[in-house]
Design a protein around this ligand. Structure first.
Ligand code: FMN
Length: 310
């Protein structure tokens, strides 16, 4: 497993976050310091999560880092803490960052929870004294924010998956070749609780995908939201022949009968008056592409790539 998440948690918030991060970062495992096995040391990406109690990181996390420093320093380490600071919680991670040095790729403070009814008597009275001393209300606090967690998970994922950078020209040429060599895709459109994935034929030319369609559900979404995602892929036979792309783009409906519409039909040698029903033209600007390609892997560039069009 390339990615391992190590955490400690007293009341379950850091555990919940570790579990969600493991799903986003999958394939990944998550577990406490006690569940750690030496065989996990071959993971390249190590994410360490600690709750903050009394301004301090969890002692087991501290011990784990000190006892494993020799191999941790050779990895890419992401540190996060779970706390109730609205801002600046990263400072709690400074001691760990200082021990680990350059292997720390990022530090992040994530919002935690305080549920007074769940606290054991010792924590309950500590919190009571703390709130009294600082003149803050003695009450439940909920800063747990799933958007913040997914954003954090995706940022680590990007760091991990797109680590091997291809020359941009080579990647662009590869993306364009792939898009030209295929003509089937799944177009996903969405608005509010309406989500639609439609298998369609497309053509590609100079940064744009073109789709002709009689109409339907997807147009209702496109009229309300021009953000689209497009998947183009080959049948899955195993990781050693995996090939596919997920495009993010902006769609526009080209006016029927406009010059652009007519020249597209001309190019495709489609006679409008011969059509059984009118066709509408969707033009998608390719903004970015996430690529899974055994071909690029065989070229020595790694299997996953992120392409951003200019
Ligand atoms: C006794 C006690 C002390 C705490 N001290 C701090 C603190 O110093 N700074 C902070 O931001 N949060 C503090 N918290 C809040 C915890 O970090 C928060 O509840 C977190 O979600 C706990 O994570 P866990 O459920 O994974 O153990 C404290 C909570 C308790 C109960």
């Amino acid at each position: 497993m390339d990615t391992n998440i190590i955490y400690e948690s007293k009341y379950g918030t850091t555990k919940e976050i570790a579990k969600n991060l493991a799903m986003i970062l999958g394939p990944a495992r998550y577990g406490t310091t006690d569940e750690w096995k030496n065989e996990y040391e071959n993971s390249e990406y190590i994410i360490i999560g600690t709750p903050i109690y009394g301004e301090k990181i969890n002692p087991k996390i501290n011990d784990f880092i000190n006892n494993n420093i020799h191999w941790l320093r050779k990895k890419k380490v992401f540190l996060f803490c779970v706390n109730l600071m609205q801002k600046g919680g990263e400072r709690y991670l400074e001691p760990l960052k200082n021990i680990l040095g350059n292997c720390v790729a990022s530090t992040k403070a994530l919002g935690g929870k305080l549920v007074l009814d769940d606290l054991d008597s010792e924590d309950y009275s500590k919190m009571k004294n703390f709130t009294k001393a600082y003149g803050v209300p003695f009450q439940d606090v909920d800063l747990y924010n799933i958007n913040q967690i997914t954003e954090y998970g995706l940022s680590i994922r990007k760091h991990r998956d797109y680590n091997i950078k291809m020359p941009i020209k080579t990647l662009k040429a590869y993306v364009e070749k792939f898009l030209k060599e295929h003509n089937n895709c799944t177009l996903s459109t969405g608005y509010d609780n309406m989500v639609r994935s439609t298998p369609v034929e497309y053509t590609y030319d100079d940064g744009y995908m073109y789709i002709l369609s009689e109409g339907g559900f997807k147009f209702a979404n496109l009229l309300l939201n021009d953000n689209v995602s497009v998947a183009i892929y080959e049948q899955f036979h195993g990781m050693n022949t995996i090939l596919g792309m997920q495009i993010t783009g902006k769609a526009r409906i080209i006016e029927d009968g406009s010059q652009e519409y007519n020249s597209y039909l001309d190019k495709r040698k489609i006679k409008e008056d011969k059509l059984p029903s009118p066709l509408h033209l969707i033009k998608i600007k390719v903004e970015s592409a996430e690529i899974l390609s055994y071909e690029l892997n065989e070229m020595g560039y790694g299997i996953k790539h992120y392409y951003k069009a200019n």
